[in-house]
Write a protein that binds this ligand. Sequence first.
Ligand SMILES: Nc1ncnc2c1ncn2[C@@H]1O[C@H](COP(=O)(O)OP(=O)(O)OP(=O)(O)O)[C@@H](O)[C@H]1O
Ligand SMILES: [Mg+2]
Length: 298
Amino acid sequence: MTEVDHLSKAAQAALLLPDDQRIERISGARWIGYTRAQDILTKLDDLLAYPHQPRMPNLLLYGATGNGKTMIINRFIRRHPTSDNPGGDAVVVPVLAVQAPPLPSESRLYDAILEALFAPYKARENVSKKQFQVLRLLRAVNTRMLVIDEIHHILVGPTNQQRIVMNAVKYLSNDLQIPLVGVGTLEAVRAIQADPQLASRFHRAELALWRMGREYRKLLASFERMLPLKRPSKLAREPVATKLLAMTEGTIGELSTLLKTAAIYAVRTGVERIDEPVLAGLEWAPPSARHTPSFGHV
Ligand SMILES: Nc1ncnc2c1ncn2[C@@H]1O[C@H](COP(=O)(O)OP(=O)(O)OP(=O)(O)O)[C@@H](O)[C@H]1O
Ligand SMILES: [Mg+2]
């Protein structure tokens, strides 16, 4: 008989699937509510409940690439989803998240917002008209928080462009009296710190790299519970825990990819658990050792 206590109910049920479907299940994305993510979700909730006033507090969520920032935002949006507002005039979009354009352009920032709202717009329209349309629409759909992901894209670049975009961001926040949440890398922190007015308006929340400790072991145990393998791997124990941290250099994204890859290998080879020999058998280079091609995205 297969021991299943190491798995969540959903993962136990997945053990009954044929291997190819089990592999598909392993590859899918699932949410783990680790403590820091919950803390940040609470901060976002507090910010959303903050009463309207001329100087709204803003938040900058920052951390290394692949460390779960966007996942937290997506989770937050699921808590505060768009609703059709039956009986009302317009849909209600309590939290609007947009991806910053890849370069500091006020006009492209407005395009991103209009696109996220499925609003028709003319890309060549002059910028003040676009701004007007953005402000009007965000009010119409009752947006109470604007999230700008990848905010470093618009905060770094030629100083004059950067300043224009920063002023646009300040203006949105002032005029709508809603909190802004910027999500980005350490570069975003530096850019915001360089502008005293922005610096005083943005609180910062870091999603730090993972280090060995209780929380990390809990995270490993959570991954183990959701990966449908027939045998327990005991990922939170040594030496595997330290090995996983070294191979992934502390981001949850790398850890997730590594564990999924290892779990698939464990299914295919029939080993049915993730242990040192399985990890050694993977073709895996830690992120810092990877060759980054000069084109595209890896
Ligand atoms: N809470 C979580 N539970 C499970 N897996 C997670 C969680 N957060 C992140 N991951 C995994 O890490 C991957 C990277 O996360 P995410 O895209 O949120 O990182 P990011 O910090 O936004 O990175 P970037 O700065 O590059 O945009 C996700 O695709 C997912 O596989
Ligand atoms: Mg992201």
